[in-house]
Write a protein that binds this ligand. Structure first.
Ligand code: ADP
Ligand code: ZN
Ligand code: ZN
Length: 722
């Protein structure tokens, strides 16, 4: 018997080993230690084979088996292998990448603690009162860990003394679960409305099917998930809930815990490693009944998985943008299919991919149309052409803001640009601040007194004079949230301005503080980036103002219009969630564009139909699968030449019309961290043909040494094509 093993290397292949001597055959999904070249490393057993392509005498044997039973149960192993193949990512990197750090480094799957217990008689310690106290303490509480001993004030030396005298012994024990047992009876939710009950009936039950739950914010999607999950728990199953990065707030977890008690575990990259590991263990052991997490949670084992929920399924954060570029929503569907359980995709603005799957009859759609708010918000397009602006705001916009504030309400202003100003320029000679390593301008962050690059870590102090000509006439052009906050404070003196973006809220706590203030309900101006668009409830906000959304129409990225619509409608959804209907203002230079006409009707379904028709005409996703090869190198020619070669090979395997090859074109930005970037895009007529070509190409590319300093990557179903 031969073991096929995945190793943490960037090679797209498995390695054959002989089973360890004098050890039962390790099961699939177990970690093993193997010799690799002159090193030793951990591997994961992926297959048992009858024979190897290599002669047996050249095979080496596994040195040790770390797991008595699979660390990766069969469904997770299958999902990971499927994903490695689909995304053409090295299988070892996929498997090791999905493990919490300590498990990746060989820590045991099950936590075992050493507890010290008293034994023998303490009488003998009459002359050592401190040792005797420790002995007695251990006897009374039935043992303690080293940490508990230290916390109670006993020194390690005391313990050593007792051990020497044979008055304590170490016992291995499984620590108590971090999560609590499921509550016998979950808290009551509100009685569901008729359309929610209909939705619940569609998603409740067993067997694989995908349901899109399409309803505006506030139409009660989460209540439907909660009710469906309750049914799932009652059947003795576990539930997996995926949420976008920004969506996983303490309130979200709180809402689930209020309903289901302590059996809810959370899993995301922001957790300390130890907590991540604990959540993984609780989920994998079945102690946690609900796992709620961001994209990486899709790979956490759940032995009794009964349903999967993907909230805000259109959110771009479900796609990993570097390394192993997987889409967690799509993998969630694959996982549910393999496990034969239902999956629910929820959104107010579903992705075109998902809507297309509904059109094709692959997914079912259930709509929720009744909002908790009285009426949908009223939209107003404010034409920027020729109109005088104050701080980027037109007169009708300023008037509306003033009116809502005077009425004691809150106003939300959305501007998706961080910092003070995107450009610092010299009025005398035209110099602009550029990043020395990237082909982008530096963004001025005045509160920090720095110029920062938003593509690398470069930062420098704000200059007082022009580095080119020495003039002191440096000016800011354009505005980010920081400058807008200043502008708004000046225009509306006395009104508090609460800014929410990545700079103003670097910790969850500062964000919570800002949100608390807003929830207090006092009139204020709430200003922020897309961080504001998601998940939060602001009942006091009655006006939402959207600035600078034209970029979405002008961008060369084919997803830009879809993104803009999603973001705009999400922001609009923040207005008027309380008792008063909301108003939304959108400023634009392109008010006649049909896109905005649809948008202001709040008609996302209609807009999506238009965009889908456009994509169909152009032969873009979701009608044809797309993939990008990216290459970067210190010298632009090297990156370009490499991709020209990739294209030549690829075109031989998948010539037009089966494959449509575009590029290589310079990336956006063209240079990052001193490295030039190029992109080669390919559209396939069928997924199968494209997948086979990508696999063959990656195999080819791997077998030849790339030019020195060149790095390449493949992105299947990219979210960004720059
Ligand atoms: P969504 O997830 O679509 O944004 P939520 O489920 O969060 O919507 O519901 C919005 C608000 O309406 C919440 O405060 C929720 O408790 C409330 N709500 C939802 N459904 C009902 C219902 N059937 N009866 C009363 N309140 C409800
Ligand atoms: Zn100058
Ligand atoms: Zn830079």
């Amino acid at each position: 018997m031969i073991l096929s093993i995945a190793l943490p290397t960037p090679l797209r292949r498995l390695f054959d080993y002989l089973p360890p001597a004098a050890h039962p055959l390790p099961a699939l999904g177990c970690r093993v230690r193997v010799p690799f070249g002159r090193r030793h490393c951990l591997g994961i057993v992926v297959a048992h084979k009858a024979a190897s392509e290599l002669p047996v005498e050249r095979l080496r044997a596994v040195e040790a088996v770390l797991d008595p039973e699979p660390l990766l149960p069969a469904p997770i192993l299958a999902l990971a292998l499927w994903a490695a193949d689909y995304y053409q990512h090295p299988v070892g990197e996929v498997l090791f990448g999905l493990l919490p750090g300590p498990l990746r480094r060989g820590k045991p799957a099950r936590e075992v603690q050493k507890r010290w217990c008293a034994q023998g008689e303490g009488e003998a310690l009459a002359r050592a009162p401190r040792q005797r106290a420790l002995h007695q303490w251990l006897a009374e509480r039935g043992g303690a860990t080293a940490g508990e001993l230290a916390a109670a004030g006993f020194t390690p030396a005391l313990l050593r003394e007792l051990a020497r005298k044979g008055l304590v012994r170490a016992v291995a024990s499984i620590p108590p679960a971090v999560v609590a047992a499921p509550v016998a009876k979950p808290a009551e939710g509100p009685p569901l409305r008729a359309e929610q009950r209909a939705a619940l009936a569609a998603l409740d039950g067993e067997g694989f099917r995908v349901t899109l739950l399409f309803g505006d914010t506030g139409t009660g999607k989460t209540e439907v998930y909660l009710a469906a999950i309750q049914g799932c728990l009652e059947r003795g199953r576990q539930a997996l809930v995926l949420v976008p990065e920004i969506g996983l707030t303490p309130q979200t977890v709180e809402r689930f815990r209020r309903r289901f008690g302590g059996c809810v575990a959370q899993y995301h990259s922001g957790l300390p490693e130890g907590e991540r590991l604990a959540a993984w263990r609780d989920a994998a052991s079945g102690r946690a009944r609900i796992l709620i997490g961001t994209r990486s949670a899709v790979f956490v084992p759940l032995p009794d998985l009964g349903m999967v929920v993907v909230d805000e399924e259109h959110d771009p954060s479900f796609k990993q943008q570097e390394g192993f570029r997987y889409h967690a929503r799509d993998l969630a569907v694959v996982r549910a299919r393999n496990a034969a359980v239902p999956v629910v995709l929820g959104s107010a603005t579903p992705s075109l991919e998902t809507l297309h799957n509904v059109e094709r009859g692959r997914y079912r759609m259930v709509r929720l149309t009744e909002r908790a708010a009285p009426r949908p918000p009223r939209w107003q397009l404010v034409d920027l052409r020729g109109s005088p602006l104050r701080g980027g705001l037109a007169a009708p916009t300023l008037e509306a803001i003033g009116r809502h504030l005077d009425a004691g309400r809150q106003v939300l202003v959305f501007l998706n640009r961080r910092g003070y100003a995107p450009v610092l320029l010299c009025h005398h000679c035209g110099w602009q601040a550029h990043c020395p390593r990237c082909s982008v301008r530096l963004v001025a962050h005045r509160s920090r007194n720095r110029l920062l690059c938003h593509h690398c870590e470069h930062g420098e102090p704000l200059p007082h004079t022009c580095p080119a000509c020495g003039s002191a006439d440096l000016r800011y052009a354009g505005q980010g949230t920081e400058r807008l906050a200043e502008t708004l404070s000046a225009l509306f003196p006395g009104v508090p301005v609460v800014r929410v973006d990545r700079d103003s809220t670097r910790t969850v706590r500062t964000l919570e503080k800002a949100l608390e203030r807003i929830r207090g309900g006092e009139p204020c101006l709430l200003l922020g980036t897309q961080m504001l668009a998601k998940g939060h409830h602001f009942p006091g906000v009655t006006l939402a103002v959207l600035l600078d959304v034209d970029g979405g129409l002008l961008s060369p990225d084919f997803r830009a219009a879809e993104r803009t619509a999603q973001l705009a409608l999400q922001v609009a959804g923040r207005a008027g969630r309380g008792a008063t209907p909301g108003e939304v203002i959108l400023q634009s230079h392109y008010c006649d564009h049909p896109f905005f006409a649809r948008l202001v009707e709040g008609d996302y379904a209609g807009l999506a139909r238009d965009l889908l028709a456009q994509r169909r005409r152009l032969g873009l996703p979701p009608f044809r699968p797309l993939a990008c090869f990216r290459a970067e190198a210190p010298v632009a020619e090297a990156a370009e030449r490499f991709l020209v070669e990739v294209r030549a090979r690829g075109e031989r395997m998948l010539p037009p019309p089966a494959g449509c090859w575009i590029g290589p074109l310079p990336g956006t930005p063209e240079r990052v961290r001193g490295r030039a970037r190029f992109v080669l895009t390919v559209l396939g007529a069928s997924r199968r043909a494209l997948g086979a070509t990508l696999a063959a190409l990656c195999h080819d590319l791997e077998s030849c040494r790339p030019p020195p300093g060149l790095r390449w990557s493949l992105d299947v179903d990219p979210q960004e094509t720059g």
